[in-house]
Write a protein that binds this ligand. Structure first.
Ligand code: PMP
Length: 363
């Protein structure tokens, strides 16, 4: 099964595979962007051409997610991890916030928030090795909390909330690993952030969707780079933004719009995930899915084999077949197949048939 440019099937959790069409367009634009006489990498961020690139990226992102007028969209450096701190620095400040922990990234976000105030963990999946996503209706939120923070898809454990939950206080979501894989009811959220390197573009830039009333809550004496208000007032250009990364995200947004928008993304993601979950469930118990069935991620499929030796042998076999990056995160072990938007379905089929063959040979 040959891939264009002799590429592998890249199951990496991020940075990860991007659409070939987008990479080709970036390649074609690399030395002279649409007659500007230079690369986007070499272009002043204050130039008319670059202003157009940024404005189009934002407009297309808004179109994809149907973002209402009362939200700002920011493209900021520092990745999603900076948002772990920026959110509590702006909104916690000695107060308290509720955190829902369904995996390692949510736990990291809570750790950063503890430096700024009181973190109330309303759900902790850790004692059960992060396998489930709770029903928000069953949790005891503090009506006086500054916000509720959760992670819609936990990349390491492969635990994903099945939809957009509701909370009594401003809802803040780390959507790094499932953004643009499904339509989202933006009106439920006060703030969404996402690192780009799964479904959008190269690592380093994070996209933030923030409601105007949250911006109004940012205190006046804020460090400039950590100030959502200042960043919004300057249209993500308080300093030099990650220009090339934003341009790449813009190409991906156009690609998604051209390919049916987020409903189509969801259908493709569900079809790919089904191929792998069927292989997990359908090989006589040889494979064991990590996440509970009602919160299985359609982006990161996690499972284990009977023992460490078999896992190593399986990974070796997949590598021989150009199925790359399947070794699971050390905290979960086993296998993690990250199948973001740009990952081709035929890669899932090849992995599933390899799983069936391996189970038959080693059962
Ligand atoms: N949140 C989630 C859910 C992630 O998957 C990741 C990265 N894998 C991060 C946050 C951290 O992102 P970054 O490396 O861009 O800071």
């Amino acid at each position: 099964m040959s891939q264009p440019y002799d590429r592998v099937f890249n199951f990496s959790a991020g940075p990860c595979t991007l659409p070939v069409e987008v990479l080709e367009e970036a390649r074609d634009d690399l030395l002279n962007y649409k007659g500007a006489g230079m690369s986007v990498m070499e272009m002043s961020h204050r130039s008319k051409v670059y202003e157009g690139i940024l404005a189009e990226a934002e407009a297309d992102f808004r179109k994809l997610l149907k973002i209402p007028e009362n939200y700002k969209v920011l493209f900021l450096g520092g990745g999603a991890t900076l948002q772990f701190s920026m959110v509590p620095i702006c909104f916690l400040r000695g107060g308290n916030a509720d955190y829902v922990l369904t995996g390692s990234w949510g736990a990291k976000a809570a750790e950063a928030a503890r430096l700024e105030g009181c973190v109330n963990v309303v759900f902790d999946g850790k004692p059960n090795n992060f396998r489930e996503a709770p029903d928000f209706g069953s949790l005891k939120f503090d009506p006086k909390a500054a916000y509720v923070h959760f992670t819609s898809n936990e990349t390491i454990q492969g635990v994903e909330f099945p939809g957009d939950p509701s909370a009594p206080t401003p809802l803040v979501c780390d959507m790094s690993s499932d953004i643009l894989s499904r339509p989202v009811d933006i009106s439920k959220y006060a703030l969404i952030y996402a690192g780009a390197q799964k479904n959008m573009g190269p690592a380093g830039v994070a996209v933030i969707v923030i409601r105007d009333d949250m911006i109004a809550k940012v205190p006046g004496n804020m460090h400039p780079m950590l100030d959502y208000r200042l960043q919004a007032e300057n249209g993500s250009m308080y300093n030099t933004p990650p220009c090339f990364n934003i341009y790449m995200c813009g190409l991906v947004y156009k690609y998604l719009l051209k390919n049916g928008g987020l409903n189509a993304s969801r259908e493709r993601a569900a079809a790919k995930a089904k191929i792998l979950y069927d292989a997990i469930d359908g090989n006589g118990g040889f494979f064991n899915g990590h996440a509970a069935k009602d919160c299985r991620s359609v982006m990161n499929v996690t499972f284990t084999l009977p023992d460490e030796e078999l896992t190593k042998t399986f990974v070796k076999l997949t590598e021989e077949r150009k199925l790359d990056g399947l070794k699971g995160h050390r905290s979960v072990g086993g296998i993690r197949a990250s199948i973001y938007n740009a990952f081709p379905e035929e890669g899932c089929r090849l992995l599933a048939s390899t799983m069936a063959e391996f189970a038959k040979a080693h059962a």
